[in-house]
Each structure stands twice: as C-alpha cells, then as structure tokens.
Design a protein around this ligand. Structure first.
Ligand code: ZN
Length: 561
C-alpha cells in the first residue's frame, strides 16, 4: 500500500457542428467577397509553437507584470490574446494529465492519463504516464529514455497536424521532464527530447522516436551549453526591490542539501556533487534557459517553419514547477524564476522573428496546472487549513476496516486521492462493491480535513454538469480510476511543511494563463470561462485540420481572426 508515498495527495463531444457551420459560412462569404484568403487556408502559420509553463498560476502575470520587459510576456499580451478566466475542468491537476489535456483537447476521463503515476488495476502495479519498458533509451545507458505516449489513449493536435499533411509536418517536443515532451509530441512526433541531469547533463530520447540522436543533439550534448549554467544563482535584479514576494528566509521553503538557510545567492558549484550534479539545474531558472537553448537548436537544425507545411515546436518549461515545489509560490526564488522566464520568452520570440518571420508563426502559452500557497503559511496567517495528519488518519481508517469487515485487505491501493478496492475479495466475502463504497465514503467523511468523497458508483451513474463533482468526473476514467475519490478541504494538504503543491479541483490549481500570439490571432482579452480542453480545438480551427479524435473542448472563437 503506498499511502505514504502518494495517498491523499490531492490532487459531449461538442463536435463544433453549429459553430463550425457558422465559421465555414463566414469563410464562404469572405471568399465570395474576395476580401480574404481564408477559404484556401492560406493564413495558416508556418510554425506553431506550444509553450507549457509547468505550475504557472494565472496571477503570476499580474503579480510580476511590473518586472517584465517589453519583449516577453508584455509583447505576447500586448499584441496577442489573453484568456483571463482559463481553467482545468478536471482533477487531478498534475503534470501528466495537464500536458495530455492541452494537446488532446479533452480530459483524463477520455485520454486516460489520470495521474503522473497510477495504480494499474489489471497488473496490480504502479505505472508511469510516459513510461514504456518496451522502448530503449537513446543517448544514455540508463533507463531514463524508456518512454513513449502509449498510455495516452487518443490523438493529439500534433498527431492531427502530421496526419493532415501526410507526415510532411515536423513535430519536435522538448522539456526537462520526459512527460513534458512525450505527451505533447503525441504518437507521431518526429522527436521528443528531455534532460537526464546527473553526471553528464545530456538531452536524451527514446527508441520510440529514433535509433540514435541526430548530430546536432550530440553536438549540443558535447558542447558546454549545460555546463555554462553551473554557476551561482544570483537574483536577476536587486533583491531588495522584490516587493512582490515574501521574505527570502522563511521556514516555508525547502533547503538544498549543504545550504544552511534558503536564501540568495544559491551557490550551485558548491552544492553540485551533493545534489545530483546537472539535476540541480532543475530547481533553478537555469533549467528553463537550458531548455530554451536546446529548443532554439532544434528550431534551427530541424529547419522548423521554413516551408509552407506547418511545423510544430512544443516546449515545456519545467523548472518553474521544481522551484514552486521547493520554495513555494510566494518565494523570491519563484519571482526571480518568472522574471528570467520573461527574458527567455523574449529570446524565443526574437529567434522566431528571425527564422520564421514576424508574421509566420502562431504561439500559445499555458500551464499544466497551477499551485496553492504553502498550507502551513496560510495556517500561520489564520486561514483555516494546514498539513493533514495522515498517519493518524490512516491508523483510524485501518481500525475501521478491521472492525467492520474483519480485514484491511480489501484496499488494494491508495494513490492520487483515490482508493482502489479488491473486487475479487469483495466477491469472495459476498460484499456488494457499491455498498462497501458507500460505507467507506461515509466513514472517511467523518475525518478532519476531508471535504468530499465520491464513489465510483456515483461517478458512473450520474452526470455532473458543474462544480467540484463535474471537475472530478472529467478526471475520472471508468476503466482506470479507483472506487473512491477523496477531496481535501481547500487549504489542507499532505504534501510537506515547505513548498507548494497542486493536484486539487480548487481554483488555485485550475486557474492558469492562456495566451495566443501571432498569425491568425486577434488582439484582445476574454473574461468568459474557457477550458484547457479548448486549446487543441482552437488550434484545429486555426489550422483547418481535424480535431484530436477524443476532443471534448470547443474552439474559442474570440481568439481567431
Ligand atoms: Zn506540472
């Protein structure tokens, strides 16, 4: 039972027919009036750049706005489109489901990526969302490249682009985290690359995509590109001006092994050996900068966006997530990380202008989930909540099982806030599965810190249209999910006394930015609620290609010219 590892870690195909007809009518009208070129889709960009910023809350945009330069976030929003009320319409809000949902235009109930890891009912083993033991690593002797998207059950926008253009579109996906590259790349990506860290600091891949790394990747790995970031992490600007964040030295932040206090400067060379060598770059903004360096190498060497067939470059910036988990959303470290990300975005836009041309590409930026304040910080301020006493709760629950059923064995697994029952044992004991679900739900509802409990029977027999049950249902996959889903109170977590986490159906985890910029995109803003599952259908509409095959979202018409 992996209660201690991850238990309690909270965590209509609207086929666009009506809207589609309306849009295509517009297209025809414009064509007849010969005022535009939409009818033959000549507005399609030469390159789509998809950016997922790992753990980016929406309010980071406003909180750090005064610290951004003119060429990054301000350029994207100043000329592009911002959806201000953009949400994950499902839980668990975590990285694997987030990336899968952005790119498939649907939710875990459909695409099947119900967590980063989950308990596989068939094999009885824990599986990893992007893991694939049938593959071999490329570019490393370790198993860090044994990945593929095979557990994502539907197609992605990147797959549809490749299908539409008879595989002549190039799709390249890049991230520090393997799942941040593998899932966006889809099933048909030309390549996905991720960062191994460790002694060599190499970018690697999987036999799913290739037999060996291309020359430009080998050259990048052999260069001192990663080594260049083995340096002291100083604040980008005078730290005394970082008024948008809390104190630098608080007990709500994690401590890197070898550091006495969690404050700037962070001397990476001095901490290097003790903290996984190149892996240490992950919890600094340098991990993002290195990701961009590598993505720009891909842009140039794969000649993306240089002909009329649309290509796709998917970039995920993962360091924001590591920094958030380690230091928390209110830290000066997170502020510095976003100020630096802004400079990296400026660098990306400049490179795209140069290679593809200012009117040649379309870009979107979103997140894979948000994050909450450090629960103990809120508690100290007087906001109800804090860390869950999971040890005591587990003990009480086990005693209840023993007393009621004479055994604790009927729980097969607890993970991702879900509880999996042993259905075979229930049959042998002549217990009705639904009845046991109800009894356990009632018991758990009596525990402090638990806000709601839903049973699989409820999830299967009802259709929830709004609120938390609807969010849970969109994350509930009938084949893969468990018998009970538990929701903690909004400011309770079981994560840690330090750092931030995510995974819940609450707004702090669901509200993230959605920005569009470039070819085919209007300038404007939207306060209407939009969903992560709408991104891929919006891109499909822009590109004039089919929706991903499980899409449940709809295009956001306000975004498109
Ligand atoms: Zn994430």
């Amino acid at each position: 039972m992996n209660w201690h590892r991850s238990a309690w870690k909270v965590w209509a195909f609207i086929l666009f027919v009506g809207l589609g007809q309306a849009l295509s009518a517009q297209v025809i009208i414009r064509k007849k009036g010969s005022t535009g070129t939409d009818g033959d889709f000549a507005t399609r960009p030469k390159l789509v750049v998809g950016i997922v910023v790992d753990q980016m809350r929406f309010d980071y945009l406003s909180r750090f706005w005064d610290r951004f330069g003119d060429e990054g976030f301000r350029r994207i929003i100043g000329d592009g489109f911002i959806c201000r009320n953009h949400h994950f319409g499902y839980a668990p809000t975590s990285t694997g489901p987030g990336h899968a949902s952005v790119y498939t235009g649907t939710t875990p109930s459909m695409h099947g990526v119900i967590g980063n890891n989950w308990f596989d009912k068939d094999s009885g083993a824990e599986v990893y969302c992007a893991g694939d033991t049938l593959q071999t690593s490329v570019g490393t002797l370790s198993d860090a490249g044994q990945n593929s998207p095979h557990r994502m059950l539907v197609s992605t926008i990147t797959d549809q682009l490749r299908l539409h253009h008879q595989m002549r579109s190039k799709v390249i996906a890049v991230a520090l985290k393997d799942r941040g590259a593998v899932l966006p790349g889809g099933h048909l990506a030309n390549a996905a690359y991720w960062f191994e860290g460790g002694k060599d600091g190499n970018w690697i891949s999987s036999s799913y995509y290739m037999e060996e790394l291309p020359d430009w990747v080998r050259e990048f790995n052999e260069s001192d590109a990663a080594e260049a970031y083995k340096r002291v992490w100083e604040p980008l600007e005078d730290i005394n001006t970082y008024a948008e964040s809390g104190l630098d030295n608080t007990s709500y932040e994690g401590l890197i092994d070898g550091e006495q206090v969690p404050i700037f400067p962070h001397d990476l060379p001095a901490l290097w050996e003790e903290n996984g060598e190149f892996g240490l770059l992950r919890i600094t903004p340098f991990g993002n900068s290195l990701t961009l360096d590598f993505a720009l190498k891909a842009l140039r060497n794969e000649k993306l966006g240089m002909d009329l067939i649309t290509d796709f470059l998917a970039i995920s910036f993962s360091s924001t997530d590591y920094v958030g988990h380690f230091y928390g959303v209110n830290s000066k470290e997170i502020q510095d990380t976003y100020m630096r990300l802004d400079r990296d975005l400026a660098r990306l836009l400049k490179a795209l202008d140069q290679q593809v041309g200012e009117d040649g590409y379309t870009l979107f930026l979103t997140a894979d989930h948000g994050a909450g304040h450090v629960a103990t910080y809120l508690k100290d301020l007087g906001i109800p909540g804090g860390a869950l006493e999971q040890g005591q709760m587990q003990k009480k629950f086990m005693e209840f099982l023993e007393y009621t059923y004479g055994t604790t064995d009927l729980i097969r697994n607890m993970s991702n806030s879900q509880l999996f029952l042993d259905h075979e044992l229930l049959r042998n004991l002549e217990l009705d599965t639904g009845d046991v679900q109800d009894v356990l739900a009632e018991e758990l509802m009596g525990y402090e810190g638990i806000y709601k409990v839903y049973t699989a029977r409820q999830m299967m027999n009802a259709e929830f249209l709004e609120g938390i049950p609807s969010i849970l249902q969109n994350g509930y996959n009938q084949k893969r999910s468990g018998d009970l889903t538990i929701v903690l109170s909004p400011s309770v977590n079981q994560y840690s006394r330090t750092g931030s986490t995510h995974g819940t159906p609450y707004v702090y985890d669901t509200h993230v930015p959605l920005l569009f910029y470039g070819k085919g995109i209007r300038h404007g803003e939207l306060y209407r609620r939009t969903h992560i599952r709408d991104i891929a259908p919006t891109l499909s509409a822009l590109l004039g290609i089919a929706f991903p095959n499980g899409a449940t979202g709809s295009p956001i018409p306000e975004v498109l010219k």
